[in-house]
Ligand binder design. Structure first.
Ligand SMILES: NC(=O)c1ccc[n+]([C@@H]2O[C@H](COP(=O)([O-])OP(=O)(O)OC[C@H]3O[C@@H](n4cnc5c(N)ncnc54)[C@H](OP(=O)(O)O)[C@@H]3O)[C@@H](O)[C@H]2O)c1
Length: 298
């Protein structure tokens, strides 16, 4: 794919709204492959590949930012009222551009609680949390936007700088045991790589509007934490039972434990043919640890 991607991305310009953890990683991957990528942030950054966009401000990005744009990706979550920050402020602008493709990063939270069962894009959405209801509203707005949109539903995102290792090393990890509870995950490198794979593959026959990007191995959080301690050569503290842990968790942290689902990647990996870089958390964590060691952080 690398050579094909280099040829295909050479003259493409990406505007990435939300240069946070995933947005920055995707932008770097596009640049590595020879494309141009600008990312937004809410405050002025000291670099030429960043521009300011804040949906709560009346200032919009200047027109020259959009010149020659072929692709747009939004990594910005819904605002408090359930509006999509990018469509709210820039829908008309985006429609005026000659866009080849638009991607929107959503969440598998829209599926709600499946009590540990597998869930795919074909299953009905049953959002449980208010934030997931707001997300669904945004997905629908993007689907109705008359833009060439693909929506990526993501489970828990981890990667270099955002993994169990950082929580362990900063000593702010909670080791919680809740029987039969699983979480799905995705390494940020697979988000970037899968998105690039999909946008290069795009044609009218295989165009799928909603795609889960998840790894092959949903599992308990404690299994991941235990493995992280092992890789660090440290002893894991005694787990706390979920009922006792409840009072230690913030409402938002607690809400994640109210949902238990295994997210299927069959559409992405079997039907569309994407090969995961990190099949499971073990492979993903090893690569995160490698980077921590290279940076002499341990
Ligand atoms: N983290 C997860 O585990 C997870 C799981 C599933 C789905 N998701 C969703 O996937 C997307 C990417 O996740 P992430 O963790 O990479 O995101 P992130 O690091 O939290 O970055 C979010 C970005 O959105 C920008 N932003 C937020 N509100 C904005 C507003 N009102 N106007 C303009 N920009 C705004 C932020 O700007 P600043 O750079 O100025 O802060 C930041 O660049 C998000 O929509 C997230 O909700 C995340």
């Amino acid at each position: 794919m690398e050579k094909f991607a280099r040829n295909s991305l050479k003259k493409k310009k990406f505007i990435i709204f939300g240069g946070g953890f995933s947005g920055k990683f995707i932008a770097n991957e596009i640049r590595r492959l020879g494309g141009e990528a600008l990312t937004s942030s809410r405050e002025i950054q000291n670099n030429t590949t960043s521009f300011v966009f804040n949906s709560l401000s009346s200032l919009l990005p200047p027109d020259h930012i959009f010149e020659g744009t072929t692709h747009v990706i939004s990594c910005i979550p819904p605002d408090k009222s359930g509006k999509d920050p990018v469509l709210l402020k820039l829908h008309k602008k985006l429609k005026s551009l000659d866009l080849e493709w638009v991607g929107y990063l959503s969440t598998t939270g829209v599926y709600g609680n499946t009590f540990g069962e597998w869930v795919s894009e074909k299953d009905p959405v049953r959002p449980l949390q208010d934030r997931s209801k707001r997300r669904l509203l945004c997905e629908r707005r993007w689907l109705d936007s008359n833009l060439p949109i693909q929506i990526f539903r993501l489970p828990g995102i981890y990667g270099p700088g955002r993994s169990t290792f950082e929580s362990i090393l900063k000593k702010n990890i909670k080791v919680i045991h809740k029987p039969n509870q699983v979480f799905s995950r995705i390494h940020v490198a697979d988000i970037a790589n899968a998105i690039i794979f999909l946008l290069l593959k795009i044609n009218h026959e295989n165009f799928k509007q909603i795609i889960n990007i998840a790894d092959n191995y949903p599992t308990s959080q404690i299994e991941v934490i235990e493995h992280s301690y092992k890789l660090l050569g440290l002893k894991m503290p005694k787990p706390i039972n979920f009922d006792d842990a409840k009072k230690l968790l913030s409402p938002i942290a607690l809400s994640f434990w109210e949902e238990n689902r295994r997210v299927s990647n069959k559409l992405l990996c079997k039907d569309l043919g994407y090969e995961l870089i990190h099949n499971n958390y073990k492979s993903g964590l090893e690569s995160c640890l490698e980077i921590i060691k290279q940076k002499n952080l341990i």
